[in-house]
Design a protein around this ligand. Sequence first.
Ligand code: SF4
Ligand code: SF4
Length: 404
Amino acid sequence: MKAFHLMCKPVSYSCNLDCTYCFYLDKEQHVLPEKKQMKMDDQTLELYIQNFISAQEQDEILFAWQGGEPTLAGLDFYKKAVELQSKYANGKKIKNTFQTNAILIDSNWAEFFKLHNFLVGVSIDGPDFVHDHYRVTRSNKGTHNKVLQAINLLKDQKVEFNIITVITKHSLKYAQEIYHYITKNIGAQHIQFIPIVEHRSTLNEQLIYPSPDSDSLLTDWSISGEQYGLFMQDIFRLWVTKDVGRVFVQLFENALTAWYGYTPSLCTMRPTCGDALVLEQNGDIYSCDHYVYPEYKIGNIKQQNLNKIINQKKQKQFSSDKSKLNRLCHECEFKFTCHGGCPKHRTLDIGLTHKHNHLCDGYKIIFAEMDPYLKCMVKLIQSGKPASQIMNHIYQVSFPENSI
Ligand code: SF4
Ligand code: SF4
């Protein structure tokens, strides 16, 4: 039995916002139209909690709640969930993560998160002029102020939180403002940047996943590989000169792990997929959050044992498919850290055995930028020093007259 992630979506795609770039909202029309009862029922919740704990051997079990918008299940749903976790814990330590747009977070939610030690991921794309461009209500109103209020409540209660920021066409020229806003104004220490890459059919309004056909076009808000690379290069330059050891940017932390010679935890940077499954509100299990499509459904916890579901051939195949790389990736100096990137971004048909990653140009820019710094950090760590000492080296190179 090995550890695996099973992200739970208690209300499926239901959401109280209408973010332009959301890839899950259109599930209602195209993938999960039959799911009219939108909240996970008590029986499914209990089965999930019992089976997820017993299916893993390790001492700490990590529950992940997501959506859609998971707060729509209501606070009582999660009170019940933590009760059930205690009931079935069997001596194991339970941790919960909760990914939210934060609109419904009030002091009751914040107190609950603190009481039960939840790690809360809040989606905010930067200051209001960036965030409100795409993260809007159904009446097209910006949501930034609401999110900021919620973050302040979480801070008041000392709830552990991190920030998830989507990089869109609109945010490209604001990398520095976004980074300063998140790390200084909000004071967040953990940030994930997510590049948006989506294709839409030219024949209808449907978003196309996972493999766009030749007629589909990139959505207006999607970014190119090069744009992604330049954005993250700006962020890296700010981070490496001022914030190493104080701010944790998911991509940089995982890259350092790879440069050190270990396998990163971030699935896109691992050689294979397959350990990040999704549990839908009706008990259906899918191979990955980005592959919630009928052909990637691998079972239902009300009908089969969870271990059997995740260990079946179909899921193993999904996992190993990530390692099918084309010649360019096999020959690439950054293969050790990139592994061809996420399969959902492998959309470029350039006449090779396998499609190429849309973000490749960006990966090369950012990995090349990071390379000398990460090598230096690895040396520091190997000699028993903190990686943050890199900032002293940079300072001494920039201002040699101040060196001791
Ligand atoms: S398909 Fe992409 S997001 Fe899903 S597990 Fe694989 S690398 Fe991760
Ligand atoms: S950087 Fe590009 S060529 Fe290199 S492994 Fe990643 S996707 Fe492949």
